[in-house]
Design a protein around this ligand. Sequence first.
Ligand code: SF4
Length: 62
Amino acid sequence: MQISIDRDRCIGAGQCALTAPKVFTQDDDGFSELLPGYEEALDGATVKEAVRVCPVQAISLD
Ligand code: SF4
């Protein structure tokens, strides 16, 4: 699973980090980024939920 975050679209709502805290975090400006080693903690259902809850559809999966 390839996870892409459109940081131009991200508004820093933090829902992704709340939903999938082993995969997403927020940088100092509040924008979403992937945690180092997130592949080890990948849970497809949880990541799909993070995609769903993002208010601006900034996360996409391939
Ligand atoms: S939920 Fe969406 S808008 Fe909020 S931090 Fe995550 S990617 Fe950005």
